[in-house]
Design a protein around this ligand. Structure first.
Ligand SMILES: [Zn+2]
Length: 326
């Protein structure tokens, strides 16, 4: 047995990079070929049309994401390799927020480690990876014209990036500093304001031009919101303390339809409720379904307003709903 008296190259890397590096070194990653063998994917094929997407295929052959160097570099953990792992391979990010570009061409995804991934929404390929900050990116949102994206973080700050016409290139433009972890975010229809909700359910308004909090509620009284994903707000007050369910219910997610007439909410007990929007009165009626045993992590209307997608918080199950007339 050789005596190993040195740590292997790359040992000091962050856990995610280190894991991915070793998965490549040992050809044992979570690629389509393995997922297929584990019964978790329908096909072992690569999206480049190769018959088997093995780790070796990804690194050495795949026209979409092969490593632009030699395999030995993985053993030495070269700079090139680290750049490749963190910027080309999408296996190392845990994604927690998601938003479509208004033109539908790109999807922005926020990760727990502060990376924003931009995905081509037709092919599913990661076209860009941007380092935003070192904290989880809890929510992301494009403005109505799609030339700006706001990213709200666990560290309380909102990062603003300029977006290219095609939705694939991003340039940092500004930062609004806050102190409380941000959980939800909405743009105003004129792109002048943002509203955010903290982990403690505090609603705040931000002036995007001056990069400062808008303290006067009068100034934002008549603001029209492009989306309404905030779980608190004047026009959604009836989803809290509603007389038909316990006062203790905690609303974990909300989403208004594109036509501004419906509101879907989810709570920490797994209930999904459909209200008319606006929902101001605690006597507001609704349709209810309970399908999750734990928190509903997110509920969103799809573009056509006829379908709703929901995500379970602990069971990670994704459900697609269809809205029907009664
Ligand atoms: Zn391929």
């Amino acid at each position: 047995m050789p005596c190993i008296d040195q740590k292997p190259p790359g040992f000091e890397l962050t856990r995610n990079t280190w894991t991915t590096l070793n998965r490549i070194r040992t050809s044992s990653g979570r690629c389509a070929d393995s997922l297929y063998r584990w019964g978790k994917a329908l096909t072992p094929k690569c999206d480049c049309s190769a018959q088997r997407q093995t780790v070796r295929h990804i690194v050495e052959e795949c026209p979409r994401r092969r490593f632009p160097g030699v395999f030995d570099e993985f053993l030495n953990a070269s700079e090139n390799v680290l750049h490749y792992i963190n910027n080309t391979l999408d296996v190392s990010f845990e994604c927690i927020s998601l938003c479509f570009h208004p033109f539908g061409v790109a999807l922005a995804v926020g990760s727990t480690e502060g990376h924003l991934l931009i995905i081509n929404s037709e092919t599913g390929i990661v076209v860009n990876t941007i380092r935003v900050c070192g904290s989880p990116l809890n929510c992301v949102g494009y403005n109505p014209t799609g030339d700006l994206i706001a990213i709200a973080s666990q560290n309380g700050s909102i990062y603003l990036f300029r977006v290219s016409r095609d939705g694939y290139s991003y340039k940092k433009s500004n930062k609004i500093r806050g102190a409380q972890p941000l959980m939800q975010l909405d743009w105003s229809s004129d792109s002048n304001f943002l509203q955010t909700v903290t982990a403690d359910y505090d609603l705040s308004f931000w002036d995007v031009k001056t990069l400062s909090p808008e303290k006067s509620p009068i100034a934002v009284k008549d603001v029209k919101w492009f989306t309404h994903n905030s779980t608190v707000g004047f026009l959604t007050a009836g989803i809290w303390n509603n007389r038909f369910y316990p006062m203790t219910s905690i609303i974990s997610t909300a989403s208004r339809s594109a036509a501004h007439d419906l509101l879907i909410t989810g709570d920490t007990d797994g209930y999904l409720r459909l209200f008319r929007y606006p929902c101001i009165s605690p006597k507001g009626e609704y349709n209810e379904e309970k399908v999750y045993s734990g928190t509903v992590a997110c509920a969103r209307f799809l573009f056509n307003d006829r379908n709703v997608v929901t995500v379970g918080g602990t069971d990670a199950s994704l459900m697609l709903w269809q809205l029907v007339e009664e």
